[in-house]
Design a protein around this ligand. Structure first.
Ligand code: KIV
Ligand code: ZN
Length: 515
């Protein structure tokens, strides 16, 4: 939320790269519809710039950047390009229809990258960086330049490259800590040196892009802001290559909570942080850990008696932020068997979802079924039902029923009934290593689609023995990776639903849809 009380406060530009660097996380790939959904959520969150992808990387990347540029309004849409003509032309082709477009060109500058990756000397690097920025600036006025691996680049050379890029037309110069090597003191030195030694530095915004290999991405980004950076590059849930990028929710709340110290603010609507985090976690299948700062389920839970006592006397004894301010709803225990549609709509709204009447019908039906099995329905239960509904593709295959008999030292017997359109299909098999393996094999047999299961996780959506289990699977089919998720109070059923969800994504691709 914008801070209006501190007149000396600097506005920090939030550049979100969940759809580009975040999507580079192993297993976090998203299909076109999912990327568009995330982009809309980022606009609602109030991010200034959305890096939507790397258009030259693949036709799918191009299509998603281009669709986002055409349809998403409210944030600058940025496309990444190497300092190569074809990359820059393709990036422009993809972002040109945006309300406001940005081209982000990058070229590695550190000695390691120059010698081993690019096999280029310093002059060649400067020549190409300048040519790349000029070409991009010929297309649009908003140009970002990144000297990749800047933090490990010799100081003199980094200053030289940055000065040349600004002269060539870069309006933002981004300083990537590509391998997460910096420490806060080191980062302070890098940014301060650039401000002192690059004569034209005032003509560009200094940006910071930190990876989290040593767990210091947020700390390094904050130090960069303190040293004068005006833009922070970050991702929802800290997704990104290897250990990830600077987490958006953490940097935004650090700036907001410590505005007394940083005198800086962002335009992020902080109560959208938790809903956006949940959306990205559900779409990518990469759930955040319970104790993750800001958006983790335990981030505001007080367990110790002394803490609870302090909280009851005065909240600020142990709480530096309000859970409502980041999007947690005040009360968690909400609905039960006797709750009606209006109550469900109300909770859905409070959780940040707007449902179509058809979606509401389905979710309400499922809610009633759940309420029969489970006395207390929590926000997490409702969010899980809604997420399942809104991310369900037009399903080809659905689960009618299953029965498995299994035990120690016996091969499971499975009976499975699936539906495809109006037709029903059943099988009985004795197979597998356990009940879940048996169901997966039976689904493969009935659908005729074989996959390799690469990842399987189950976690409980809320608390208690009757909590719903949420299963995420990642499978491979013909060299492509697909995700699926399912929820149920019965974890075997949740597994079957997750597996079918992945199978339906395969069917959608085979029929011409996206993954
Ligand atoms: O980490 C990095 O260096 C990058 C650049 C492309 C900005 O992601
Ligand atoms: Zn990066």
């Amino acid at each position: 939320m914008k801070d209006t009380t501190d007149t000396t406060s600097r506005r920090i530009v939030i550049f979100d790269t969940t759809l580009r660097d975040g999507e580079q996380s192993p297993g976090a790939s998203m299909n076109l519809a999912e990327k568009i959904e995330v982009a809309h959520a980022l606009v609602e969150l109030g991010v200034d710039v959305i890096e939507a992808g790397f258009p030259i990387a693949s036709p799918g990347d191009f299509e998603s950047v281009s669709e986002i540029a055409k349809t998403v309004r409210g944030s600058v849409i940025c496309g990444l390009a190497r300092c190569r003509d074809a990359d820059i032309d393709r990036a422009w082709e993809a972002v040109q229809h945006a309300e406001q477009s940005r081209i982000h060109v990058f070229l590695a500058t550190s000695a390691i990258h120059r010698e081993y990756k690019l096999k280029m000397g310093k002059e060649e690097i400067i020549r190409r960086a300048v040519a790349g920025v000029r070409r991009a600036a010929g297309y649009c006025p908003d140009i970002e330049f990144s000297p990749e691996d800047a933090v490990r680049t010799e100081t003199d050379f980094l200053c030289e490259v940055v000065e040349a890029a600004i002269d060539a037309g870069a309006t933002t110069v981004n300083i990537p800590d590509t391998v997460g090597y910096a420490t806060p003191a080191h980062m302070n030195k890098v940014i301060s040196t650039l401000r002192e030694r690059v004569p034209n530095i005032d003509r560009a915004v200094i940006s910071i892009h930190c990876h989290n290999d040593l767990g210091m991405a947020v700390a390094n980004s904050l130090t960069a802001v303190e040293a004068g950076a005006g833009q922070v590059e970050c991702t929802i849930n800290g997704l990104g290559e290897r250990a990830g990028n600077c987490s958006l929710e953490e940097i935004v709340m650090a700036l907001r909570t410590r505005k007394d110290y940083y005198h800086a603010h962002t335009q992020v609507v902080t109560r959208r942080l938790v809903p956006t985090s949940r959306l990205v976690a559900n779409i990518t299948g990469m759930q955040v850990q319970r104790n993750k700062a800001i958006v983790g389920r335990n981030a505001f839970a007080h367990e110790a008696g002394i803490h609870q006592d302090g909280m009851l006397k005065e909240r600020t004894t142990y709480e530096i932020m309000l859970p409502e301010d980041v999007g947690f709803t005040k009360t968690d225990l909400v609905l039960g068997k006797h709750s009606g549609r209006a109550a469900l709509v109300d909770r859905a709204k409070a959780l940040g979802y707007t449902l179509t009447p058809e979606q509401l019908d389905t979710v309400f039906g499922q809610f009633k079924v759940l309420a029969d099995k489970k006395k207390e329905i929590y926000d997490g239960d409702i969010a899980a039902l809604i997420e399942q509904e809104i991310h369900t593709t037009a399903d080809q295959w659905t689960l009618d029923s299953y029965r498995v008999v299994s035990g120690t030292g016996t091969v499971p017997e499975v009976h499975l009934e699936l539906r495809c359109g109006d037709e029903s299909f059943g099988t009985e098999m004795t197979c597998g290593d356990g009940p879940i393996d048996a169901i997966f094999l039976a689904i493969e047999q009935l659908t005729g689609i074989s996959v390799d299961c690469k990842d399987f996780t189950v976690h409980s959506v809320t608390v208690g023995k009757d909590a719903q289990g949420e299963v995420s699977v990642q499978v491979e089919h013909e060299g492509q990776s697909y995700r699926g998720r399912g929820v149920s109070t019965d974890s075997v059923e949740a597994s079957a639903r997750a597996f079918l969800n992945a199978i339906n994504r395969i069917v959608a691709v085979t029929n011409g849809g996206g993954r």
